[in-house]
Design a protein around this ligand. Sequence first.
Ligand code: HEM
Length: 321
Amino acid sequence: MTTTALTTSFLSTALISSDSQFRAKKGRCSNIRIASSVDCCSTSRCTSIGESGESGNRILCGRRGLVFMASLPCFLPLPADAAQLDGIDYSIMKREIGKVLSKGKAAGMLRLVFHDAGTYDTQDSSGGMNGSIILELDRPENTGLNKSVKIVKKAKSEVDTVIPVSWADMIAVAGAEAVSLCGGPTIPIRLGRMDSMEADPEGKLPEETLDASSLKQCFQQKGFSVQELVALSGAHTLGNKGFGNPTVFDNSYYKILLEKPWVNSGGMTNMIGLPTDRALAEDKECLRWIEKYANDQSSFFNDFSSAYKKLVNSGARWKTV
Ligand code: HEM
């Protein structure tokens, strides 16, 4: 055997056998020493992974990282989406979120996703899905989101004992789980986002008083088309804004936008929808999509899934080796 083959063989045996130890001793990275003893991760590349303070552990502790490291030449960069391949991490996250999430908490969870990711600005690449929402809870637009953060925190602290995970990944997955729990589409989420250590710039989320043209411009600046704006706004089917059952994710948002119950009537019907929701129904370009989604729920589910994936990848910085 060549030296490389010997080293690889040693790593495979040592790391894989220590992996079962790791799983048995939940939360303890008994294999860190083994990996570092062959100095596999002392290059600047590996150091840069560790910058987040957690991805380094992830590489050393996660079974995927270990097997991957053992089966490839050392220092070969991991593909940016390697974490997506790790079904084990993903199912642990989903399991823990499932324990703390209920239909009644789903709307707040989905809103939390938008308030983390929706700060993204393509012009200067600031903001986005980076977990910074936890530093921004005192902003007026984030009122009430501390409850959703607490729920994610519970699940995150459990996941962290097995494999360190970023807030951004946890929130992205929690939002997708909220949608599916309420009967919406199942949306697979790529993992590996890194958290920002600082708050995003202020004033990036759309105000509820925007007219259609400003709303379109606002979403365009975040990288979204008009169709994606309309599909994402369908998230308002959850919650208490009057778009059908508050805990059922379906296309009633669009059906009610077409009915316009607020026209020619005062009183309670004025409580239905936000000004931005109503503005969409007055815009020709948006109306085309509203009609499509009102008539075809599966097309809404497909387009919502794609737009949601784009939302939770907005401005994300990914762990790489
Ligand atoms: C189009 C621009 C948007 C505006 C102006 C907007 C604004 C708002 C406002 C003012 C609320 C009410 C908060 C409250 O009850 O106090 C709300 C609720 C909500 N928003 Fe949005 N939002 C927008 C887009 C989105 C998007 C893109 C998503 C997710 C993909 C989203 C998810 C939600 C959800 C699920 C709720 C209900 C929260 C609950 O009842 O707890 N919103 N939004």
